[in-house]
Design a protein around this ligand. Sequence first.
Ligand code: NAD
Ligand code: TYD
Length: 350
Amino acid sequence: MKKILITGGAGFIGSHVIRLFVNKYPQYKIYNLDNLTYAGNLANLKDIENSPNYEFIKGDIIEGNYIMNLFEKYRFDSVIHLAAESHVDRSISNPTEFIYTNIVGTVNLLNAAKHIWKDNFEDKLFYHISTDEVYGSLGKEGFFVETTPYDPHSPYSASKASSDHLVRAYHDTFGLPIVISNCSNNYGSYQFPEKLIPLFINNIQNNEFLPVYGKGENVRDWLYVEDHAKAIDVIFHNGKNGETYNIGGHNEWKNIDLIKVVCKIMDKKLGRKEGTSEKLITFVKDRAGHDLRYAIDSSKLQKELGWKPSLQFEEGIEKTIDWYLENEEWLKNVTSGDYLKYYEQQYVKR
Ligand code: NAD
Ligand code: TYD
């Protein structure tokens, strides 16, 4: 049975990747290594937690010796590495944590993979999940391609850029089989409500103000999270050793326009008069170093590996809003911090 280590599987994107792999590939054993930081929530995986081909391991990628022992014990065949500190605003208030998790954590995994695979790299793969933010900020025109020079501006994107360079360095120097993908902004179910879309859905529901940074003119390219998970599946199985693939939705929105769409749908769903939620929009001080525009050209992935986004944004955002409204308990647990007790209840007292 092929043993695949997925790191950060209790987070937003990781939980979708775990669900896809556990359900689609009964012939693989999926190990989810996650330290359960504030962003990790095992309730995201309730539906598959008892599957015979799934195992959760609570552990910290910052601990080098622990990671080395873990790899020696389990002898994973492949790694899909998603664990990271992922929120730009937190990286501005506390950059150091990002350096430890995103850079040191990645190096610890690379060292352990290199150590157990020695020089026998056949059928082995270290797949590193990264972001389009490493490329920096675009003006009004153009798209990020795989060869766009790195130009990160936030401590988050700088730490991710650094980890990407290290993954490539282990390929070039030691021959480690790797692939990297850089994806645009994701949206969908199970996203921690500190990120724009779930934060605003939650605030609208509670009639709280919607803090729009600056003038709301920054542009992001939004991809439905399940389409990202499908791209990861395709790249994991068919991506070429040493290559990078950009993943994006060709779906650019100015923040303020996106927010107005969310407000409109929320008014309809909550039976409020049209225009009610928009009144909650409040322009606040801009984020420091706020990148103006991200936009991905994913034609390499589309042409070479045949992936394309399956959902139109209108459908995806409606599905997403429905999910948060139907899963009020999940949202309440997360915003109250109760989800932190879930691990204890599920895994310790059993
Ligand atoms: P997230 O913050 O929701 O989840 C991160 C997960 O990593 C959490 O479960 C957390 O507990 C775990 N983790 C953090 N530090 C750890 C440590 N030291 N040891 C073990 N586990 C640890 O993040 P996400 O939005 O799901 O992003 C996942 C990956 O995808 C990240 O690498 C991120 O850079 C990348 N990415 C995210 C987006 C996006 O829009 N969210 C877009 C492109 C790429
Ligand atoms: P975010 O979801 O934090 O993702 P990222 O910064 O990684 O792109 O933010 C998306 C955009 O929304 C970004 O331009 C910042 C903006 N934003 C706000 O205007 N207000 C908010 O409260 C948040 C969290 C984000």
